[in-house]
Design a protein around this ligand. Structure first.
Ligand code: 6GU
Length: 228
């Protein structure tokens, strides 16, 4: 699957994906990350990208022409890319959305805007808008990388062990249960006895109960609502 990114900072996308499982998937040809520099599409001798907001106010706004030209140039090569504007005003990225995007085999085109904003008319040029959370980043680049990382690991062949994905969706929407590895006792803290018991039914029950308890304490907003 191809991830294209339109960005003022294409070099940001080089090192983060080199190592790890995504790096390996890139070498294997399963995943490709293709940044496209926005600057050459800028206007005039100075390759201007942004300008002052109509109506006044602080901060600069990205002009529609360079973004539109860049989107059209990439789409001319890959007409089926699903276009996503990365913006704090977009729909929040969650695992359900990540799963949905992982099915878009024709690839994604992520447009990294700057925080102060892009001209409203650019919205007509994209298929959807996505945010990675309720906090401020100066640009959409890191948000695009988060999205790529989350989506790429769901693509068949990227993750070493496909069962870990099934377990993630099995625990659908809840936080993970507590995990332990060796040693059995560390600084007086013991691994729960049930995990050493070899009773797989009991272990499954314990993990499900712990996942629910932990989610209720830490993230009550994630507990599925009862239909009344
Ligand atoms: Cl997608 N962009 C920016 N600039 N800030 C964000 C974001 C995106 N998601 C959360 N904060």
């Amino acid at each position: 699957m191809e991830f294209h990114i339109i960005t003022l900072f294409p070099e940001m996308f080089e090192s983060p994906f080199r190592g790890g499982m995504i790096g390996r998937a890139m070498e294997a040809g399963i995943v490709a990350v293709k940044p496209h520099a926005l600057r050459p599409f800028g206007l005039g001798n100075y390759k201007q990208i942004d300008d002052q907001p109509y109506g006044g106010g602080s901060g600069m706004v990205m002009r529609p022409e360079p973004l539109t030209s860049a989107i059209e140039a990439v789409m001319a090569e890959r007409p089926k890319l699903w276009r996503i504007l990365m913006t704090p005003q977009g729909a929040p990225l969650d695992q359900a959305k990540v799963r949905e995007l992982a099915k878009r085999e024709d690839g994604l085109l992520l447009i990294a805007g700057r925080y102060e904003g892009v001209d409203e008319r650019v919205r007509a040029m994209v298929d959807e808008e996505i945010s990675i959370g309720d906090y401020v980043l100066s640009g959409g680049e890191l948000a695009a990388m988060v999205l790529i990382e989350a989506v790429a690991r769901l693509i068949p062949g990227v993750l070493g062990n496909p069962q870990s994905i099934e377990e993630e969706s099995f625990s659908a929407g809840l936080l993970e249960y507590p995990q332990y590895t060796r040693p059995e006792e560390f600084r007086g803290l013991r691994v729960p006895e049930v995990l050493l018991s070899g009773d797989h039914g009991k272990i499954r029950e314990w993990r499900a109960a712990e996942a629910r308890r932990r989610t209720g304490r830490r993230r009550p907003d994630l507990i599925p609502r009862r239909k009344s």
